[in-house]
Design a protein around this ligand. Sequence first.
Ligand SMILES: Cc1cc2nc3c(=O)[nH]c(=O)nc-3n(C[C@H](O)[C@H](O)[C@H](O)COP(=O)(O)OP(=O)(O)OC[C@H]3O[C@@H](n4cnc5c(N)ncnc54)[C@H](O)[C@@H]3O)c2cc1C
Length: 478
Amino acid sequence: MEEFDVAVVGAGVGGLVAALELSASHRVVLLERLPRPGGTAASFRRGGYSFPAGPLGFSFPRLVDSYFENRCLRRVRFHRKHYHLLAGDLDLVISRPLEVLARELARRYPEERLDRAVSELKLLIARARGVFATRSGLFSALERRRVDYSLEAYYRPAAEFFSDFLKDETLVNLFSSQGVKSSEQSAIASAYMWDILTETGIWYPEGGIDALLLSLYRRVRERVQVMLGTPVRRISLERGGYALEAGDRELSAGAVVINADYKKAFLELADESFAGGFAESVARRKESGSVFSLYLGVDLSRVDFSRMRAEHMLYYPALDEGAEHLTGNMFYGKEVEVALLPGGEGAAAPPGRGVVVVRSPMSYERCLFDTGEEYHAFKERAGDELLEIAEHLLPGVAGAVEVRDAATPLSYEVWGGRYRGSVAGWSWSDSIARSLVETPFENLLTAGIYSFSIPFLGGFASAMYSAQLAAQKLKHRH
Ligand SMILES: Cc1cc2nc3c(=O)[nH]c(=O)nc-3n(C[C@H](O)[C@H](O)[C@H](O)COP(=O)(O)OP(=O)(O)OC[C@H]3O[C@@H](n4cnc5c(N)ncnc54)[C@H](O)[C@@H]3O)c2cc1C
C-alpha cells in the first residue's frame, strides 16, 4: 500500500490549490477521476471552438490574480462582464453601480425609497463583503482577520429587509434575488450577490479560465504525485489516518482533502467507518439546482445582437409580450441566460466567430429516462427549444450555428461529478456563509465550492480560498 501525508481527492481548482499549498511541507497525492484536471471550470473543444463547460466568469479577480502572482504563476488580465436583465418592463443593465441602477429605477418607480434601499444595501455590502462565519466567530477572507462586529441583524430574509424601503413586489424581488422571482435568501446572501454583480464585478480572464488552470496544474505536477483517470471509490477511517481505494490501487494517507462534491463524497465514498450521523446531516443539507446548457459556436456576422445590451443577458420569455408564440416551449416560464464570448486571438472562437452559451434551470428528475434513446431524444428537443428562445432574442442565431453541444443535469452529474447535477454548491438558504472546510473527522478537510454554505466570493474564488484555508489548517496541525 502506498503511503502519503495527504491525499487530495479531485483536481478542480480547489484540489489544485490545496495540493500546491501543501506540496512544500507534505508528501501529497492528487487523485482525479477524469483524464484531465480543472473540474467543472474546464473547457471542451468542438471544431475550432473551445466551450467553457461551467463558469463563464468569476468574481474577486484581485484575489485570484494576487494568488497567481505570489506563486509566480501566469499573471492574469481580466475583462469585466456586464449583465442585462430583460424581464417585461424591466430592461436594465443590472451590473452597473447601484446608484446608477437606483436612478434608472426611480424614473419608473418615483414613489419608492430607492435611494434608501441602495444606501442600506451598500452599507450591508461593506460590512458583509468577504465575511463568513466559523465556529469561533466571524472572519474576513479579504483582510484575513477576525471581525469584531455582529451581522445577526441581517440574518433575516432579504425580502423582509428590502420591504422596509420598497413596496412594489417586483422591486422587492429584484433586490432580493437579482431577478424577478421571489427568493428565500437572507439579506446577507443577497448582499454577497449584489456585491459580486455590481461593485466587485464578474470578470473573465484573458485566454480563458482554462489557461489559468493549466498554469496551476503544471506547477502542481512538478511538485505532487498526480494520478489522473483515478477515481476514488472508497474512503475508510483508520487508526491514525485514512485508507483510500483509488482506481486499482490502495493508498493510505494521514490526512485527506476532499475537493469532490460534498454529497458525493460523504454519501457515496465514505464507508461505514465514518459513524456518528454526519452522512445523515449532509443528506439533509440541500444542494443548489441544476441547469440545461446549450453551447453554440456561431458565425457572428449572421446574428442580430441589437437586443443584447451586455455580453450576458437574463431573459424571462413569459414576461415578454412579443414572445407569445413561445408559450408551448419548455423554457417559457423560466429565466433564460444568454452569454456571448466573442472570438479572436487567445479566445474561445476564431476571429469573426463566437461562443454563445444559453442556459436555463432544469430539474434533475426531468432528464431521467428508462432508455438512452429517450434521454438523447429529450436532450435534442430541449436544445431545439432553447435555441428557439435564443432565436427570438438574437435573430439569425439558429442559422449561424456551426457547432452545437448541450449539457443536462445528468451531464453535470456524470461529467462534472456533481450530486444531482447541482451547479452552485449548496442551496444558498443559510443566513450567512459558514465554513464547512473542517469536518467532524480529524485531518479530513474539504476544499471547493461546497466548503462554504454560500460561496460568498463567487464559486471560483470561494473554491480557491477554501483550499488555502484547508491547507493552512493542516500545516498548523503537522
Ligand atoms: C454549469 C456550471 C456553471 C457554473 N458557473 C459558474 C460561474 O459563472 N462562476 C463561478 O465562479 N462558478 C461557476 N460554477 C461553479 C464552479 O463549479 C466553481 O466556480 C469552481 O470551478 C468549482 O471548483 P471546485 O474546486 O469546487 O471543484 P469542481 O470543479 O467541482 O471539481 C471537483 C473535481 O473532483 C473530481 N472528483 C469527483 N469525484 C471524484 C472521485 N470520486 N475521485 C476523484 N476525483 C473526483 C471531479 O472530477 C472534479 O474534477 C459553475 C458550475 C457549473 C457546473
